[in-house]
Design a protein. Sequence first.
Length: 230
Amino acid sequence: MKKEFYLNYIPAVLYGEPSDKVFLYIHNSKGCKEDAESFFEIVKDYGWQVLAIDLPEHGARKDSREKMNPWTVSPELTLLRSYALDHWKKIGLRADGLGAYFSLVSFQERKFEKVLFVSPIVDMAEHIDGMMEANDVDHDHLKAGGIIEISDHLTLSWDYFLYAHDYPIKIWDAPTSMLCSTIETNFNQKVLEAFAERFDCELTFAEDCSYWFREEDETEILNAWIREHI
């Protein structure tokens, strides 16, 4: 069963037969709400529904006036969770990459039955600092430019830099499991390990897997990890 609807102005999709428990699925950059379907195909066997939305500038909102940044996305995710609280007794959270960071920002003091993060960004300040260093961009340069394009699909933003440094993740009190690649250069293993230790999360590193976990053998590893932690 698949139901498409709007949560206020936000395109949403709900997978599954009626149940008392639902996973919220927060997609990664370059993703969309339909990415949740493959996750649903696994968790439906455990009685879960899956609810997902398109984040700004993605999916059905590709040309949205809203931008993909935490101060825009956080109110939308708060709305999503409020909707879930009104319709389900148990709420889980599954998020990938940038979607995990948005979830950490939005849900710091919220409770979930369980949380599954795949290739999460857990420290955006460190992430941006790393991109600045790799692209030889200093603070003064970024401040003066405001927004600097460093590749065809990647920019650095002074406002984003300030937000990430002003609002670090200080609270996370949900049973959380994380799956990460050992070869993905966008992730600092020490940062992930420190986050896991600080907030008592289970952390698994998948050998020789890419960030996206999209190759057939990588998908098998991902799906097996989900079943183990569901």
